[in-house]
Structures are given as C-alpha cells and as structure tokens.
Design a protein around this ligand. Structure first.
Ligand code: ATP
Ligand code: MG
Length: 328
C-alpha cells in the first residue's frame, strides 16, 4: 500500500492554544480515513494545515507526494477540499459555481462544461443548475460544495464534517456519494464527530482529542478491543426506581435508562442473565424483552478517550466561528 498522506510531528499553536499537538499519521491510497473527535479536538486545524490554508507551527506532512510547506501549490492541484463552512457563491447559479471553480483550477475550457454537467447529474442538481445557490437547502448546498471541489478530478478529497447539521436524507445521500467516489478510486480524508459515520464509512479511524491522536485502527478492531465488556438491554413490566437497584447487582458494572429499557454494562452476559431473572422474581416483575448487544464503536470511543458519547452529539452552532486570523 502506498501512502498518500504522511504526517510527522504536525503541530499548530494559536496563541496559548495548542490546537494540534505533534500529530503522526499515515493515510494510504484508496482509503476512506476518518478523523473522529469532539468539538475543539483539532480536526479543522489539521485539515487546514494539510490543505495549505494555514502554516504548521512545527512538523511537516507530505500530501499526494508533495511537501505541504515547500510544495503547497503542487499539492493543492492534486486535492479537493470541502471546508466545514460552505465556500460556494450564494448569488451565483449552481452551474456558474462549477464553471467558476473549474476556472480557478485551470480546467481546460472544453472539459469544463462536460465535467460540470456530469457532476451536477451525479449530485442530483442538474435540474436546478440555473437556480441561484442562495435558494438551495442545506443539503443541496453541501452537495454543490462537494461537486465544486471535484471539478478538477482530484485523487484525494478532504472533507471537514461533510454531514454535520444535515437532515437524514441528505446525510445518507452524501455518505453514499463519498462511498461511490471512493469506489472510483478517490482517497478520502474526512473529519467527523458522528461515531456511527466513522463506523459506517471509514476503513480506518483515528480518534483525536485535545490535539492528540488517541488511537488509529479499523472500526472493527476498535470494537473488538471491547469484546470483554458486554451490553444487555432489558425491559421489565415496570421501570421506575429500577436504575439504582440494578446497579447494586454484583454482575452489573453500569446502568443507563433508554426510555423504558435498561441498558446494562456487564462483564459476562451468560452470567448476568440468570441474575436478572432472579432480580425480576424478587421484585415481582416480569421481563418483557432482553437482548445482548455487540460492542459498538461508541463504547470503544468512551473507553479510549474517557469522554461521554454525548459530547460527540453536540451540534455545532450554524454561525461562523470567530477566528483569530492574525495569530494564524
Ligand atoms: N484561527 C484560530 N484562532 C484561534 N484559535 C483557534 C483557531 N482555530 C482553532 N482554534 C482553537 O484550536 C482548537 C482546535 O480547533 P479546531 O477548529 O481545529 O477543532 P475541531 O476539532 O475542528 O472542532 P469542531 O468539532 O468544533 O469543528 C480549539 O481550541 C479552537 O478554539
Ligand atoms: Mg472543525
């Protein structure tokens, strides 16, 4: 496998904030690689350095075989970038946005219109090509942003939180498009704070927290590292007041309530099930349903970072975040 991104000691400091702290990573050609982390972990700062939008404080990286500091222009020609905040021109039509992007990337004139048409069709926007982007939904704008980043047929695509804040339908569509692009040979480097997105989409995942990589592996291996801990979901004929009682059982490590279901962390499900049957009998309850769940990437994430999965579900403010550009 040949590497398409190689990062060594990459560091970004803004004033007193160490946004990215000596990052080492390698991404291979043909992968969908995910950088998974909570708000402020350093995902955008990493993408901005790799795509030549900001200079590292120290360390370096090679992107598509070019040094990001000394050969930044050459590297940029090989990549497509979809930033976290849309960079399309709202006053221009979908068609003009693509043609403009093609001009920026010096796509030869005869290819511009052909590529624009193909991309608009692929992204389900061809019928709306003459409409101004300002009137598009969030999902349509995101699709147009991705289409514009593909106009020069890059072999490596950077996407910063591509599905953040989208409705379920747009989110599915964009995930499918990313998979299709990858099937066509495009390497994808994406950031996300959706654990299930990393699980479904990425062949390898790096978990980043406070600017540092916590671990890098395939979602399956990350989940396998959790195999010893099992989860049982059980519902009884009544649920009030059960949480503390269940927590006091010796076979139960932790309890959380999901509606009328009790989710139990146990070491060994086969030992816990008889205790739960006994528990129901003693409390004059009946078990309505009981399921053993496979470990999820979410649990691996919690174990590895010590963070609550809830921090990953926080939606970001739609307003532009203030950047202290002069420290950049
Ligand atoms: N231009 C900037 N000026 C000052 N501080 C910055 C700047 N950009 C990022 N930071 C700080 O660096 C840290 C990492 O930010 P970054 O945007 O890289 O995180 P992120 O993982 O992309 O977060 P999010 O999930 O919210 O997008 C944060 O503490 C942030 O406040
Ligand atoms: Mg970000």
């Amino acid at each position: 496998m040949s590497s398409i991104i190689k990062i060594q000691g990459l560091t970004k400091q803004y004033g007193n904030t160490l946004a990215v702290d000596h990052l080492d990573l390698e991404v291979f050609e043909g992968e969908i690689f995910g950088l998974l982390g909570p708000n402020g972990a350093g995902k955008t700062s990493t993408i901005r350095m790799l795509t030549g939008q900001t200079t590292p404080t120290s360390g370096t990286a090679r992107v598509a075989n070019h040094d990001i500091i000394h050969e930044s222009t050459k590297a940029k020609q090989q990549i497509g970038v979809i930033p976290d905040i849309s960079n399309i021109y709202e006053e221009m039509s979908a068609w003009d946005n693509l043609i403009f992007a093609a001009q920026l990337y010096s796509v030869p004139k005869i290819e511009r219109e052909k590529s624009a048409k193909e991309l608009l069709e692929l992204f389900g926007l061809y019928e709306r090509r003459k409409d101004r982007a300002a009137g598009f939904s969030r999902g349509m704008k995101r699709r147009l942003t991705i289409a514009a980043a593909l106009i020069h047929k890059p072999k490596l695509l950077f996407l910063d939180e591509p599905t953040s804040g989208l409705d379920v339908q747009s989110l599915r569509m964009i995930r499918n498009l990313i998979k299709e692009l990858n099937d066509d040979g495009v390497t994808v480097f994406l950031t996300t704070h959706y654990i299930e997105e990393a699980d479904q989409l990425c062949q390898r995942v790096a978990i980043i927290n406070k600017g540092k990589i916590v671990t890098v592996d395939t979602p399956e291996k990350l989940k396998a590292s959790m195999e010893k801990r099992q989860v049982i979901e059980v519902s009884f004929t009544a649920s009030s007041g059960l949480e503390d009682k269940l927590r006091s059982l010796s076979c139960v490590n932790d309890v959380s309530m999901l509606g009328d279901k009790c989710r139990l962390q146990v070491d060994e499900a086969s030992e816990a099930v008889p205790s739960l049957v006994d528990f129901a009998r003693k409390n004059s309850l009946k078990i309505i349903s009981i399921n053993t769940l496979n470990p999820s990437l979410e649990e691996a994430f919690v174990k590895l970072t010590g963070l609550s999965p809830e921090v990953m579900k926080t939606e970001k403010e739609p307003v532009k975040r203030k950047r202290i550009e002069n420290l950049d």
